[in-house]
Write a protein that binds this ligand. Sequence first.
Ligand SMILES: [Zn+2]
Length: 250
Amino acid sequence: MRRWFPIVTAALAALVAAAPAAAADPSGAARTGATAGKAAKAKPVNCAKVKCIALTFDDGPGRYTGKLLETLRENKTTVTFFLMGEHVDKYRGTARAIARAGHEIGNHTYAHPHLTSLYDGLIRDELVRAQDSIERATGKRPTLMRPPYGDTDDRVSGIAAELGLAQILWNRTSRDWELRDSKAITKRVLKDAARNRIVLMHDIWPETVAAMPGILRSLKKKGFHVVTVGTLLRGRELAPGEMYPLTGWR
Ligand SMILES: [Zn+2]
């Protein structure tokens, strides 16, 4: 997989540098058709100047993701999705719609194992299989990954580096998988909202998706711009294997 190295490193740099522009014009994605894939047409956001927060959605795509895409489109907002390969294979059209709408897509492994408990070869398989599924569905290989459960170590980091994947963790979690209540999820996200934070959420839960219109409305009222991780990083280039953020996600 070494041959991917310079290519993905360059791609990551380009992604990070171009994130605001890409959000404004998701490379003609809107022209390719389907209503569900219509671009969010978010305005370019400079997180050095305005208050940004990145909402990130793990474990999809799933049966509620389409509804979330609608809400995001209505709010002209782009976010980051960390997709499971297994779910991409099952909901390939939805994965394609996420990409067409200009959202950022990262790798969340194929089947969501605790990576640190696996042999090297299996860690690599989990990541590569998800890369393959995502590329088949969207035409693009991610340059970001998020280890399930935030479970990573030097071995996982080394393999992520080999595959050209930077590791994106989070600063705060919505704990939506425990709360399973839209009001409680909303309350928690708003309470924890702070400039430049990355928030962990899951679009596989209907309560999370149902909470999103209210969350976006309230964040806007508080002066936040909801952005992708790439936009939040403002051109900062993460090295393959590098973790961001380094603290706060345990
Ligand atoms: Zn997960």
